[in-house]
Ligand binder design. Structure first.
Ligand SMILES: NC(=O)c1ccc[n+]([C@@H]2O[C@H](COP(=O)([O-])OP(=O)(O)OC[C@H]3O[C@@H](n4cnc5c(N)ncnc54)[C@H](OP(=O)(O)O)[C@@H]3O)[C@@H](O)[C@H]2O)c1
Length: 270
């Protein structure tokens, strides 16, 4: 693992919770915050991967860690997180984990669709509500970082439940950014393009794909957190989004976005 170079978002010794911390982008957040001396509540559903990262981060950075092995789809996951955050006096929530699957909409079962909502939206909004309420009640400042995707802004084919759940985060952060400002609570959503994570590689996308390094996304997201409601990672993503959303008619923009998706996942187009 390699630490990202980022402007300090937290003071040494403060606590943060990272939901989805053992792999991919979450692992990059873990390493980046640990390198700043931030103590961490690390949540993931994979016990072995969680234990491994706890051992490695403690050895490298000597910070305090509370591991939480839970599934964010569980009804009470947000309460377990909030109890741990209250006990530690947490000042930062990074909600990174997400359910994602590329597949035609009608091939999803009702149970899978429920899971998209539970992991990506229900537990997230309840935890944001509980954590912001806790900070306000304690008169403390704090930060909340959500992770969305260009899919949430552009809504390509074959990822409707994922794209819809990620659009939810953009609206949530945009609205709460101004509502929370007077309390000194900064909330932001980082919108990322494709990131080179095990989860993305598992999706078996085809062709030459430009993938961002998770450490650069984590560094960018942490450095922007609380400063701007919606932060799009990478100048190419910002430019593409500007062209697709502001310069082209919506139908033409969808044509290009869907064509790129069909090239990456040709089996679904047959
Ligand atoms: N990768 C990309 O190309 C990309 C692009 C744009 C945005 N994003 C966003 O970036 C974030 C991180 O993505 P990622 O690719 O690193 O994959 P991810 O699926 O979010 O995985 C990160 C970690 O979270 C864990 N996790 C997933 N669901 C969980 C649950 N229900 N409860 C507890 N832990 C859970 C994963 O465990 P498991 O392995 O067991 O699932 C994994 O260890 C997500 O919000 C994603 O939407 C990713």
């Amino acid at each position: 693992m390699q630490a990202a170079n980022l402007g300090n978002i937290m003071e040494e010794g403060q606590w943060a919770l990272i939901a989805g911390s053992a792999e991919g982008l979450g692992e990059a957040f873990t390493e980046s915050l640990a390198a700043q001396g931030v103590n961490l509540i690390l949540l993931d559903r994979k016990e072995d991967a969680l234990n491994e990262i706890v051992k490695e981060v403690v050895r490298k950075h000597g910070i305090k860690i509370v591991p939480l092995c839970i599934d964010l789809a569980d009804e009470n996951a947000w309460k377990v997180c909030m109890d741990a955050m209250r006990d530690a006096g947490c000042r930062l929530l990074v909600y990174c984990a997400a359910m994602s699957e590329v597949k035609p909409f009608l091939e999803h079962s009702p149970g899978t669709l429920d899971r998209f909502i539970d992991v990506n939206n229900r537990s997230l909004i309840l935890l944001v509500h509980a954590f912001a309420g806790y900070l306000k009640e304690q008169g403390k400042t704090g930060k909340i970082l959500l992770v969305s995707s260009l899919a949430g802004l552009l809504a390509p084919v074959y990822i409707a439940p994922y794209a819809a759940s990620k659009a939810f985060l953009v609206a949530l952060a945009r609205s709460l950014f101004y509502e929370f400002k007077p309390y000194g609570i900064g909330i932001s959503v980082c919108v990322a393009g494709i990131i080179k994570t095990p989860k993305f590689l598992e999706s078996r996308a085809e062709g030459r794909i430009a993938m961002a390094d998770p450490y650069s996304v984590a560094a960018y997201a942490l450095s922007r957190c609380g400063k701007k409601a919606v932060c799009i990672h990478g100048w190419k993503n910002r430019l593409n989004y500007f062209i697709l959303s502001k310069m082209l008619p919506a139908s033409l923009a969808s044509y290009f976005v869907n064509r790129a998706m069909r090239i990456m996942y040709p089996t679904f187009s047959r």
